[in-house]
Design a protein around this ligand. Structure first.
Ligand SMILES: C[S@@+](CC[C@H](N)C(=O)[O-])C[C@H]1O[C@@H](n2cnc3c(N)ncnc32)[C@H](O)[C@@H]1O
Length: 272
């Protein structure tokens, strides 16, 4: 998490951090929602299967982005809530699932009462260093509730790795470590869950694929992920897209477009 050095207190620093994250992730909300987020659908289905999400399950998705996962849960009959730092992504979540309860806010201070949900999920939303978000997730779960989360899997099965390396290379130093922490979550997730009094139930991996019809669409979509924004601000949109072109072009097949596969790790856990 990026913490503004201008903030004068911990509360203000935290508020400015989640609002900054929301601005980044929301800057190209429609591209993220419709051209990037669907890559996670296999992980959404797998985790909801593992957690038994179905008719009547009360479900919260933390860092829900534009609410695609919440929509999958709603189609299974769950009653869904979602929280994200980005106003523009939450607008899309509400459009996708009008019956859902979607809030703009901070995962470190969830605006929901204790014991409210049967299931809390977070798809690549809770990272290394975010123990306090797990503590909040635990607070809003029923005593026999379940948590499920995903994160990037091993680097040698991560087709997007050169993309993240390029982002790190082009980002200001102040943002580089935040992006690196994304990739480290799988190594520390069980320790994080232990510290926040969860008991791990199951763990595995699932392959996800980004697929785009052509190079230009791929570049525009890759430029929509939150970590890209500091790099874009540092070097300009055109230079950033030029750097992505070097990564994307060799992956393009004129018959099938651009396909990039990566593994996500997943874990389920119960409050101890
Ligand atoms: C990798 S995206 C994942 C979005 C969605 N879960 C998905 O699967 O596509 C990370 C999300 O976390 C949100 N986020 C970052 N920091 C946050 C915070 N402190 N509180 C709430 N949401 C946050 C961002 O706005 C972004 O939508």
């Amino acid at each position: 998490m990026i913490v503004s050095t201008l903030a004068t207190s911990t509360g203000e620093a935290r508020r400015s951090a989640w609002m900054e994250a929301g601005r980044g992730w929301g800057a190209r909300a429609k591209e993220w929602a419709y051209q990037f987020e669907p890559y996670a659908l296999p992980a959404n289905h797998l985790l909801f299967d593992q957690l038994g999400v179905g008719q009547g399950t009360s479900c919260l998705d933390v860092a829900c982005g534009s609410g695609l996962a919440a929509n999958v849960a709603a189609r299974r009959g769950a009653s869904v809530s979602g929280l994200d730092a980005s106003t523009t992504l939450i607008d899309i979540a509400r459009a996708r699932t009008p019956e859902g309860d979607f809030r703009v806010g901070d995962m470190f201070a969830l605006p929901f009462e204790d014991g409210r949900f049967d299931v809390v999920t977070s798809f690549n939303g809770i990272w290394n260093g975010c123990d306090d978000a797990l503590t909040e997730a635990r607070r809003v779960l029923t005593t026999d509730g379940q948590l499920g989360m995903t994160f990037w899997g091993s680097f040698d099965r991560m087709g997007l790795l050169p993309y993240f390396m390029k982002i790190i290379e082009l980002s200001p130093v102040s943002h580089q470590s935040a992006t690196m922490e994304l990739g480290e979550t799988g190594d520390v997730v069980e320790a994080m869950l232990g510290r926040t009094r969860f008991e791990v139930q199951a763990r595995g991996t699932v392959e996800v694929t980004n697929e785009w019809p052509d190079i230009e669409t791929a570049i525009r979509s890759l430029a929509a992920a939150g970590p890209a924004i500091p790099a874009i601000e540092a070097v300009g949109y055109d230079t950033f897209c030029g750097a992505l072109r070097e990564f994307v072009t060799p992956l393009h097949d004129p018959r099938t477009g651009v396909r990039i596969s990566s593994d996500l790790g997943w874990v389920t856990a119960r409050p101890r």
